[in-house]
Design a protein around this ligand. Structure first.
Ligand code: PGA
Length: 249
């Protein structure tokens, strides 16, 4: 695991964008794994900026980590809507190359299988972006999710529903289920960038990096991946053993 620590959120967002730019420049048909949440917003702004300065996303394919069950893609709290608003509508990725689980599928189990197969049919994910939940979740893989799961239906924990209630008019409107790529799907990505910002993530980051690899801390599995870069600001890195950290900005 490579751990890069930046003075601020802007620094880590720019570095993440540089790594995506490097990937897309090396292979114009790259497959990117994308995430929602507040953490990647700075990265998406930088990707839009790179597009405006000539970076071409027209051959890129994307797969998002997750989607709520029951929300249509034009619901303002759906992850499809989020991605359209914050990234896809502002770069030249082709709509047909964008993949987000369909939370309104009639047969959710089938949707999960089809989604997983579509990732493999594109040759797998070259570069996966991840955030981390306060409880260590990655995607919607909550503590206790078996590491061997591929894309699957999950029940959201109460803490995750509460953390996400800010995007809905009340907690009662937050769906109780979601489709998420599993830990196994995530671990197949060739490279993973995990972004974390702010002191509230310091505990989860510390456990994920220095704690045991256990399913109660889903992000700890990343210790076993051969190509992971953690991009942290000083606050998110504040619980880490300094000897592990590379302060870069
Ligand atoms: P956040 O969410 O970026 O909004 O903090 C991260 C996550 O829960 O995975």
């Amino acid at each position: 695991m490579e751990i890069l620590v930046f003075d601020d959120y802007q620094g880590l967002s720019r570095k993440a964008a540089d790594l995506i730019k490097e990937q897309v420049t090396k292979d114009s048909q790259s497959v990117l794994g994308l995430a929602t949440g507040s953490t990647p917003l700075g990265l998406y702004k930088e990707m839009i900026n790179d597009y405006q300065h000539g970076l071409d996303f027209s051959q890129v394919t994307s797969f998002n980590l997750d989607e709520y069950v029951g929300l249509s893609g034009d619901h303002p709290a759906s992850y499809r809507y989020f991605m359209e608003q914050h990234l896809f509508s502002q770069i030249n990725i082709k709509p047909t190359n964008i993949h987000i689980p369909n939370g309104q599928a009639m047969d959710i189990e089938r949707e999960c299988r089809v989604y997983e197969s579509a990732i493999q049919a594109c040759g797998g994910i070259d570069l996966q972006i991840l955030g981390i939940g306060h409880n260590g979740h990655i995607g919607f893989n909550e503590p206790g999710t078996p590491f061997g799961k591929e894309t699957h239906l999950i029940e959201l924990t109460e803490s995750t529903r509460q953390a996400n209630a800010r995007f809905f008019s009340s907690i009662d409107e937050v769906p109780s289920k979601a489709i998420s790529m599993g830990i196994k799907s995530i671990m197949k990505a060739k490279q993973i960038l995990l972004l974390a910002s702010g002191e509230s993530k310091a505990g989860a980051v510390h456990q994920a990096v220095e704690g045991p690899v256990v399913k109660e801390m889903p992000a700890s599995i990343l210790q076993l991946h051969p190509n992971v870069v953690l991009l942290l600001d000083t606050a998110a890195a504040s619980g880490l053993n300094r000897a592990l950290v590379n302060q870069v900005g």
